[in-house]
Ligand binder design. Sequence first.
Ligand SMILES: Nc1ncnc2c1ncn2[C@@H]1O[C@H](COP(=O)(O)OP(=O)(O)OP(=O)(O)O)[C@@H](O)[C@H]1O
Ligand SMILES: [Mg+2]
Length: 346
Amino acid sequence: MPEEKASRRIVSAAARDEDLALDTSLRPRTLAEFTGQSKVKEILSIAIEAAKMRQEAMDHVLLIGPPGLGKTTLAAIVAQELGVPFDISSGPMLQKKVDLTGILSSLKGSQVFFIDEIHRLLPDVEEVLYSALEDFRVDIVIGQGPGARTHSLPIQQFTAVGATTRQGLLSAPLRGRFGLVLYLKHYDVSELTRIVLRAAKILETTIEGDAAEEVARRSRGTPRIANRLLRRVRDYAQVRATGHVTMGVARTALDLLEVDRFGLDEIDQKIMMTILEKYGGGPVGLNTIAASTDEEPDTLEEVYEPYLMQLGFLDRTPRGRMATDRAFEYFGVQRRMNGLPQRPLF
Ligand SMILES: Nc1ncnc2c1ncn2[C@@H]1O[C@H](COP(=O)(O)OP(=O)(O)OP(=O)(O)O)[C@@H](O)[C@H]1O
Ligand SMILES: [Mg+2]
């Protein structure tokens, strides 16, 4: 990968190897410690309380949202708050029906079973989940050949927590079996600032308020990126300064890493430049943007556009995507005066 591309990728929201240890050590353990997403937290805390009062398994929960916003963290918190065991699996790990049947049959009463990337379950494996989620039963085939029989066996009542970054790829029957369907949104700067300050404390780094805010602003609304940038800024402060993170230190370190002022990554930039330069600001259809950025339309819609809209760079209109005045200004593109072209300008 070219040098420039590699450094831009620092604001990619997907987990990288370097994040794994950091993700774990910085992960909030309780709902109270979990910053932001107030509506999601409120709904979860009511469900948790109700389940505890009734001494039953909590409703199944589906967490939907772009990478790095806290889905895995919240799933673990639910188990922690309920005081029940927590087991993790994922769509790609559950390759065969027997894998899932085996896990489901050994679940403990009321525990949380987390299924990450649930949109990647194969159709026949997914079907096993239907009866498990709905009736707490699994079908087991006993015997082989013509004498084989299917038995429906009861399993312990449990709480499934599913996570997906791609709700467009989720089947309706699966989605319909989750009592709580919750959407995680990108964090605003003040929430991310609090996350950075908390992480700095855990990492035993001193950081000034405005410096924490600068890290937050460039984190693409994503806690995982905020934590990653903080770590790089801390390294810079230790090696090139006194270890204390001031605004000057934060800015210099982030500029060195070529982190955009709003944390935009190369795909965000490609999307905006397509609309701004190639199509004079729009409107442009989603499929056209997908073709020129080499991304799936769903990914654009579910992962990239929400953040660009939150920043006020992009509007979704019935005729297509449009760039805002703010976007023209930020990207330094002149608006053309002769109306809104429908065809590429070059
Ligand atoms: N609300 C929050 N407050 C503080 N830290 C958070 C919060 N949400 C996420 N984090 C931090 O960001 C990291 C990434 O979060 P997490 O792994 O839960 O994201 P995810 O949504 O599961 O991402 P992916 O889609 O890639 O699996 C966590 O380890 C944690 O350190
Ligand atoms: Mg996760």
